[in-house]
Design a protein around this ligand. Structure first.
Ligand code: DOR
Ligand code: ZN
Length: 344
C-alpha cells in the first residue's frame, strides 16, 4: 500500500483570504501547500481597481511564510460601475488573473455586485479582448426562485447567452454544485471550466440538514441533492481537464457560523489537500489527483505548471477542532474527522 504520495505542487483556483489580522492565519494555511491561489475580491470594500488589488496583494505577501514562493493571483470585482478602461488597466497590471461576477446579493459581500448580468456585455467583450477569464458566481438572486434552483436558472437565463456571444472568452463556473452546471461545462470546449470544492465533492444536502442542522457545512451555492453530487464526482473522476481544484475556503468566526442566521462558507484550507486525496482514494482514483490539483488549473489559466512537489503521508490525522485566525476562532471544515492522509 502506498505510504507516501508526492505530486507536483498544487494551486488553489478559488480562495477567500479575508483581510487584516485574519491574513496571519489564512495565508500560511494555504501557502504551506499551494504555490498560487486565485484570491477572491469580496472584501469590504471590494477589490474593484488595480490599485486596491496591488495593496491587498502586498498585505497577503507580507504574511506568506519565508521561502514559500507563494503567489497570490488577484481578481477584479465587477460592479455596475466597472468600466472597460478598468479592465484594460487590469490586463496591463500583470497581477490580475480574473474578473469576478457576483450577482448583487448572491453571497457574502456581494452587495456591490452586478445588478443585471445581462447588462454588462461591453465588459465581457473587453475581458474577451484582453484575455482575462470571467469567474462566475453562477446563481440568480430573486427571492421567489428556490435556492436549490438558482444555479440552473442562472445558466438558462444568462450563461448560455454569454457563452454564445463571446466564444473566445475564458469562463470559470466557480464552485459548480449541480448536474446542470456540470453538463453545461461538458458541452463546451476547453474555454469553459469549473472549480470544484471539497464540500461539493464529498457532501450533499443531507449532510447539511438531516439529523440536525450542520452550520459548518453551509456554503453558497448551497449543497444540492445526491444526484448532483454524483454528477460532480463523475466529472472529476473522469479526468476531464475542464474541472479543477478550487477550495472556496471561506472562513467565518465560529460564533458567526453557529448562529440563528449563520454565515455561508467552509474553512477548508487547513486540510484541503488531504481532503481531496481522501476523496480520490475512496474512489480508487488516487492517480487522478495530481492532474486535478496541479495540472488542469494552470493549463486553463495559461500559466506554467509548478516545478516543485508536495508530499502526503499515509497516516491517520484528525482535522483540528479549532483554528485561531487573527484573534478569531474558526472551526475548520470537517473538524474532528480523521483522514487517512496528512501533509508531510
Ligand atoms: O459560501 C460562500 N462563502 N460562498 C461564497 O460565494 C462566498 C463565501 C464567503 O466569502 O464567505
Ligand atoms: Zn468563493
Amino acid at each position: 500500500m502506498t505510504t507516501t504520495l508526492t505530486l507536483t505542487r498544487p494551486d488553489d483556483w478559488h480562495l477567500h483570504f479575508r483581510d487584516g489580522d485574519q491574513l496571519r492565519g489564512t495565508v500560511p494555511a494555504t501557502a504551506q501547500v499551494f504555490r498560487r491561489a486565485i484570491v477572491m475580491p469580496n472584501l469590504t470594500p471590494p477589490i474593484t481597481t488595480v490599485a486596491l488589488a496591488q495593496s491587498y496583494r502586498q498585505r497577503i505577501l507580507a504574511q506568506a511564510p519565508d521561502q514559500s514562493l507563494f503567489e497570490p493571483l488577484m481578481v477584479l470585482y465587477l460592479t455596475d460601475a466597472t468600466t472597460r478602461q478598468q479592465i484594460i488597466d487590469a490586463a496591463a497590471s500583470g497581477i490580475i488573473y480574473g474578473a469576478k461576477l457576483y450577482p448583487a446579493g448572491a453571497t457574502t459581500n456581494s452587495d456591490s455586485g452586478v445588478s443585471d448580468p445581462a447588462g454588462i456585455y461591453p465588459l465581457y467583450e473587453e475581458l474577451e479582448k484582453q484575455n482575462i477569464p470571467l469567474l462566475l458566481h453562477g446563481e440568480v438572486t430573486e427571492s421567489e426562485i428556490d435556492i436549490f434552483d438558482r444555479e440552473k436558472v442562472f445558466i438558462d437565463r444568462y450563461l448560455a447567452d454569454i457563452r454564445n456571444r463571446f466564444p473566445a472568452l475564458r469562463i470559470v463556473f466557480e464552485h459548480v454544485t449541480t448536474a446542470d452546471g456540470v453538463q453545461f461545462v461538458q458541452s463546451h470546449d476547453r474555454l469553459t471550466a469549473a472549480t470544484v470544492t471539497p464540500q461539493h465533492l464529498m457532501m450533499n444536502r443531507n449532510d447539511l440538514l438531516a439529523g440536525g442542522i450542520r452550520p459548518h457545512n453551509y456554503c453558497l451555492p448551497v449543497l444540492k441533492r445526491r444526484e448532483h453530487q454524483l454528477a460532480i464526482q463523475q466529472a472529476v473522476l473522469s479526468g476531464d481537464p475542464r474541472f479543477f481544484l478550487g477550495t472556496d475556503s471561506a472562513p467565518h468566526a465560529q460564533n458567526k457560523k453557529e448562529a440563528a442566521c449563520g454565515c455561508a462558507g467552509c474553512y477548508s484550507a487547513p486540510a484541503a489537500l488531504p481532503l481531496y486525496a481522501t476523496f480520490f482514494e475512496q474512489h480508487q482514483a488516487l492517480d487522478r489527483l495530481e492532474s486535478f490539483a496541479s495540472f488542469f488549473g494552470p493549463d486553463f489559466y495559461q500559466l506554467p505548471r509548478n516545478s516543485d512537489t508536495v508530499t502526503l503521508i499515509r497516516e491517520n490525522w484528525t482535522i483540528p477542532s479549532h483554528a485561531e485566525v487573527g484573534g478569531l476562532t474558526m472551526v475548520p471544515w470537517q473538524a474532528g474527522v480523521e483522514l487517512p492522509w496528512r501533509m508531510a
